[in-house]
Design a protein around this ligand. Structure first.
Ligand SMILES: [Zn+2]
Length: 98
């Protein structure tokens, strides 16, 4: 994933990021060119977290064979969740923190 800085429109590699800041599920990075703090759009970050949680929950249900008659439904739901999370990771927009 290469975040694009909304301020200077510079694409920076994750290896160039020197400063990061984690606030709960929100992950903030500092643009190496203009030193603006950048984060993922909040709504996208929440949907991404929800997608990952969905996969975790449905996987756990399957592992412990809870409601095993629904296991194929759980697998489908879990796959959809991680698929959405992946889409957001690849196509998400970053915004500057003011
Ligand atoms: Zn920048």
């Amino acid at each position: 994933m290469k975040p694009t800085c909304p301020c200077c429109h510079n694409k920076f590699k994750s290896t160039e990021i020197k400063n990061t800041n984690k606030k709960g599920i929100f992950f903030e990075v500092e643009c190496p060119s203009c030193r603006t703090w950048v984060r993922l759009n909040k709504t996208q970050e929440i949907i991404k977290a929800a997608g990952i949680s969905l996969l975790l929950i449905t996987s756990l249900l399957n592992i412990f064979s809870i409601k095993s008659e629904y296991s194929s439904i759980f697998s489908t739901v879990g796959f959809t969740g991680i698929f959405i999370a992946m889409l957001i990771t690849f196509f998400s927009k970053h915004e500057a923190i003011k």
